[in-house]
Design a protein around this ligand. Sequence first.
Ligand code: CA
Length: 756
Amino acid sequence: MRFMWVYLFALSTILMACSSVNSNTDTNTYVVEDQQEYQAIANKLVAGDTVILKNGTWTDFEIILQGKGTEDAPITLKAETKGKVILSGESSLKLAGDYLVASGLVFKDGNTPSSAVIEFRNKDVLAHHSRVTEVVIDNFNNPDKQESDYWVAFYGRHNRLDHSHIAGKRNKGVTVAVRLTTEASQQNYHRIDHNYFGYRPTFGSNGGETLRIGTSHYSLTDSHTLVENNYFEHTDGEVEIISVKSGKNIIRGNVFYEARGTLTLRHGNGNIVEQNVFLGNGVPHTGGIRIINRDQVVRNNYLEGLTGYRFGGGFTIMNGVPNSPINRYHQVDNATVENNTFINVAHFQLAAGSDAERTATPINSVIKNNLIVNEDGKQPFTAFDDISGITFSGNVANTEVLAQIGTGVATQEVSLTPHDNGLRYPTSSAVTAGVKHDLSVLSKDQTGVTWYPKTPASVSFDSGKVHQVEANAIALQNAIEQAASGDILELAPGEFTIPKLVIIDKTLTLKAKQEGQTQVSFERTALFEIHDGGSLKIDGLHISGQASPDAAGNSVVRTQKWGMLKNYRFELINATLSDLDINHSFHVFVSGKGAFADDITLRNNTISNVTGDVLQLNKETEDLGIYNAEYVTLENNTFTEIEGALVKLYRGGTDESTFGPHFEMTNNKVATVGFGKRNHEQASVFLHGVQVANITNNTIEQSRPLVIEHTVGEPKTHIINNVFDGTAEPLVTELRVKGPHTAVLQNNKMINQSAE
Ligand code: CA
């Protein structure tokens, strides 16, 4: 017996010694309070270890989570309390090794110093079987908008990003990228699921995708990435929300809510797109699915209220390029499009992009058992080329259809009834085309984290409190400082002479208590300067340039001169602007370089005696596809004696990833505009590369002509019902495409045309 005890004691001693090396039973939980403590344990993490970061703000923390966990005993890094560990400043997370898990962290108030916020690799060491879960990345932007980075970069294999909240990416670069750059990252079987992808504002050039899987270079490689049950809300960065550039991926069960752009199968073969729900609610440029390449399957998807067109349309099958280079367009071959429902989808485009280069029409493809209902009765189909390579069968539409589609789409009346899942189905059970009845619709609550709010994209004008402001400059300055975003400052009748530049860094409305009874003049080179986070609405003020410095280049409103990161809005309504003529080049509004307006609206204003331009939005001169404003609207204004142009809106370059700019000009009275010798464009309105322009019901007297230069992207210009009185007719030119210009000029009246 005694020998036995000795033996057991000896054995257990040996076992203990082993276990400290071998780890499985002897794991550690490290609670770390600062970066030094983390670095002290970072290199000795073994399977089963857990690192807990103490609650608080960690500044400039580049975390490397490295080690070899196992399936049963991962290495875990987590927050002491979910959501209470904030990574700010120049921070990032790199995972390298096997079976690593990171959770509960919040990245905000900073940006990554490297190429990604979260990366599944550290230098050459890739991560495998690793997971990032319940992480928030919120507005973690490089301050230089054109500086590119990823927020999550996948490398390795079998990695997962789930239940994370990712919103507010404003700088260049795909939000989440799956990289297939080496063999060890291909056939990766990654999972991207239950994430909340919140607002991604219009970026204003290429590089604003929310998710990209692969790149054209590796596009003939299979990725096997699963993108499932994610919620994409207002992910408006550019025309591609998801850009699939590899093979054998599955995109399933996701919701796209009022999201501008499309799910594009750009490169790679054999992808499956199923059970996704696209709800556009009629928002401009909401799109659906675009098909390119071989063996793509698009089935059981529900698409409703999508207005997008061309490459951003609700449904698009492209033409390819014969023997296409890897980065162009491969022919659509063997596509299956079945049991999808399209309700109020404006455009269903076949053989799209057909041109001298893209001549390979779709082949061996079927479109069957789809339901197409357009409540306005308009038929959505366009065939841009021969579509005999697509077989249509069993489809039902409530509209007439193209003759080429033949009997494969039956036209019949279809009434719709809402179903338990929130989607609409044919009332009659005899109609079996469209999505299956058991399609489950993901709710926003099932995605992201419960402990971080899914807040709206931006603060609306006039959504806050009203504050009264006495008629003096100090009262106004104090009121602006104290106001919250969304507030309205009502300015008392009287005169305000503003001695300092007024910085606007929140959403504010400045409104005359009695329209026209509040006079504002200013003694600096500008009255207002919009900074990051600022949006300005001016309502009913009378603004004069009389007190401005006697120097060239004043303006009423300008943005920060360079380096704005956040998009802004500017509205000027019911206002009178006069005497902006103390010296030359006095402008109403001047954009800084790099600034981007979501919306600029001028309505019901009277603007006269201006020596510069009204809206100067032409600061992006490098022709990189960048521009200064997405929507510009001039409505019901009177403009007289403007030496410059009403608008100079410039969007250069050949890139086709953007939606805008858009220009609306309606019901304006324009007289003697554009004759200043510094108005080099010699135009009353100068548009270059604008994608959509509607110029209707204006009277333009004794002014320089409208000058419109079309570049890429099949721009749509309509000039209708205007009176050109003593003003030459609009000059429209095509700078990129041969042949006559494509603008529509209708019912315009030319009067008092002199012989000049
Ligand atoms: Ca793109």
